[in-house]
Design a protein around this ligand. Structure first.
Ligand SMILES: [Zn+2]
Length: 343
């Protein structure tokens, strides 16, 4: 099969090759990839290993949508979709037998594996995946739309759950253009919430408003807490969902209402932030780490996204052969919404 294979580290370490087709291991099936979305982790792991268990050679691509073309011989008929089914793959799988898996902490499995991160991913014509974490696409959902969801929409859905979100809240979502933020927008607009976002520059502010955010704050030009206060009548937001990290940490907390919550689910600008304890305890605010999700959360996310009836925000769909050009757009920050390659 054709695949983009990483054999070293550094920009340029990924190149197209012809490699052996995967065969389904025990409990697995093989998906013919029809679309796969890009994620920042793809680029980070091209530079250096990020996730424990990463190894070379590596095929990235965590957001797989396609058609089942093979199933392991040991697989019971009622486990996983049949051959010919249109599917998407939950990239995460857990061992089921470690101390954490057997004590209700499966999201923190000691042998957690991720398609496209610690096992071969979807920047290839074929990918093997656990059958019990592969799901049929609802209705007429396209492969491209499906490929926008496994990482970004799952992160968004789980962050809202972890953050105790209730419909109709006023929510601040940092980083308007990212796939996670665009999935948050899709979910929040569908439940009647008011969505405020931050982004960099007047062009991205305009794109954010066009995408449906109710308010967009230019982080390069505006005082974020003051701008939030202005559009909330001085009250602040009920919830901040943040994956940006230290760059906007203090401003985000200062944008919360009395008793507001901030849930964080990413560290795009780094792993450490400075915190004013007063900003949190004095106003009865809560900081919440989103953590990992359970297997049963994935089909719930898929149903929730389908039920919104809204098309995902997609920057551009590239032909598979141009993956490296698509990745350069992500590297340059020249995108708004998910970037997808199609086979
Ligand atoms: Zn485990």
């Amino acid at each position: 099969m054709r695949a983009f294979v990483q054999r070293g580290f550094g920009v340029g370490a990924v190149a197209p090759e012809t490699v052996a087709d995967p065969t389904p291991g025990p409990g697995e099936l093989v998906v013919q990839v029809r679309a796969c979305a890009l994620n920042r982790l793809d680029l980070l792991q091209e530079i250096a290993p990020v996730v424990r268990g990463f190894s070379l050679p590596h095929i990235a691509g965590m957001d797989v949508a396609g058609v089942v073309v093979a199933r392991a011989a040991d697989l019971p008929d009622d486990v996983g979709p049949p051959i010919g089914a249109r599917v998407m793959v939950d990239p995460v799988s857990t061992c089921g037998i470690c101390a954490r898996c057997t004590t209700g902490n499966a999201p923190y499995c000691e042998d957690l594996r991720t398609v496209g991160s610690t096992r071969p991913g979807g920047f290839a014509e074929l990918v093997a995946a656990p059958a019990d974490r592969t799901y049929e696409l609802p209705g007429s959902m396209s492969f491209v739309d499906a490929a926008t969801m496994p990482v970004a929409a799952m992160t968004a859905y789980h962050a809202l759950e972890a953050g105790g979100h209730v419909p109709g809240e006023v929510v601040l979502v940092n980083g308007a253009a990212s796939g996670v933020s665009c999935a948050l927008l899709t979910l929040l607009l569908a439940d009647g919430s008011t969505v405020i976002t931050t982004t960099g520059g007047t062009e991205k502010v305009a794109r954010a408003l066009a995408a449906g955010y109710h308010h967009a704050i230019d982080r390069n030009a505006d005082d974020i807490p003051a701008a939030v206060a202005m559009v909330t009548g001085g009250r602040g937001v009920d919830l901040v969902v943040d994956h940006v990290g230290p760059a906007l940490f203090r401003e985000s907390i200062a944008s919360l209402a009395i008793g507001g919550r901030m849930v964080f689910c990413g560290t795009t600008t780094g792993p450490e932030a400075t915190l004013s304890l007063t900003d949190v305890y004095h106003w009865g605010r809560s900081l919440i780490g989103a953590g990992g999700y359970l297997a049963e959360d994935f089909p719930k996310m898929l149903a929730a996204m389908a039920a919104t009836g809204r098309a995902p925000v997609i920057d551009r769909v590239w032909p598979f052969d141009r993956l490296l050009d698509a990745q350069q757009c992500m590297r340059d920050g020249a995108f708004f919404g998910k970037i997808v390659v199609e086979l």
